[in-house]
Design a protein around this ligand. Structure first.
Ligand code: FPP
Length: 247
């Protein structure tokens, strides 16, 4: 296989057999996208949400099976109230358009503690999970009020309860046991993490599941991260050698 960058990029194509099993997206750069245009940050989130829909459709078209998106972290609550409320409104709008997911036969699963959301949003999330539960072509995991460390601590608490109740013993707690109590239980580890906007960090996103992930960073801001940009990331991924600790 040609090494990415050595040949004319246009000649490279996505090889369906080499698609990552799980791609994680950190949707970063909405605020800067708006600032560059002299617009309020909330416009950036609006464009970011439009792009999110476009990218989900493209992922389905090319045959990805599991995709995850960092929508709102446990740390994002410190943002200005108007920004938080704009993001919640975008989420409401999206949940109202669940027909989009149904027509695309896409399963939606929410990662994170739902209890903190306004009742209407929480109920819509639960209903959306129920309405799309039968779809197995592609699953979209939405990390909302999500933090990787929080998720691992929660898994430890669940296992500690089981020890306390005599259901398991401390020796039973291995990687598989921790994994089975994460929000993502049953879904594959992340193979490829994509972070636009020039930031080179994971920011507490699926930290357990990304242990052996490949990383793809680009300066493009999330609202401009087009299907072509995703295609480039996937072609880059296909050219990498993964050793998982071996030689
Ligand atoms: C990070 O960019 C983005 C967020 C914290 C919010 C992401 C939310 C959306 C794209 C809307 C999603 C909506 C739905 C329906 C899923 P930033 O604001 O930190 O950008 P900056 O680093 O340029 O300031």
């Amino acid at each position: 296989m040609a090494i990415f960058g050595k040949k004319d990029e246009k000649e490279e194509k996505i090889i369906p057999e080499l698609l990552p099993k799980h791609v994680g997206f950190i949707m970063d750069g909405n605020g800067r996208w708006a600032k560059k245009r002299g617009l309020p940050r909330t416009f950036g989130h609006l464009e970011g949400a439009k792009n999110f829909r476009k990218i989900v459709r493209y992922c389905k078209d090319i045959g990805l099976k599991t995709i995850s998106f960092y929508v709102f972290s446990t740390e994002n609550w410190v943002r200005p109230a108007d920004e938080i409320s704009a993001i919640m409104d975008l989420l409401r709008d999206y949940l109202d358009d669940v027909s989009e997911l149904l027509s695309e036969k896409t399963r939606a699963v929410f990662l994170g503690d739902k209890s903190v959301f306004p009742d209407d949003i929480r109920e819509k999330m639960i209903q959306t999970e129920k309405d799309t539960a039968e779809y197995d072509e592609m699953t979209m995991l939405l990390a909302i009020n999500y933090g990787g460390r929080d998720e691992i601590a929660r898994s430890a608490r669940i296992l500690a309860e089981r020890v306390k109740n005599g259901e398991i013993s401390p020796e039973d707690i291995d990687e598989k046991a921790v994994d089975s109590c994460l929000y993502t239980a049953g879904y594959p580890d992340v193979d490829l993490v994509i972070r636009p906007s020039g930031e080179l960090r994971l920011s507490n996103f699926l930290i357990w599941q990304c242990a052996y992930a490949e990383y793809y960073f680009t300066d493009v801001l999330w609202p401009d991260f087009s299907p072509r940009e995703l295609e480039k990331a996937l072609i880059d991924f296909q050219g990498r050698q993964r050793r998982f600790g071996g030689v």
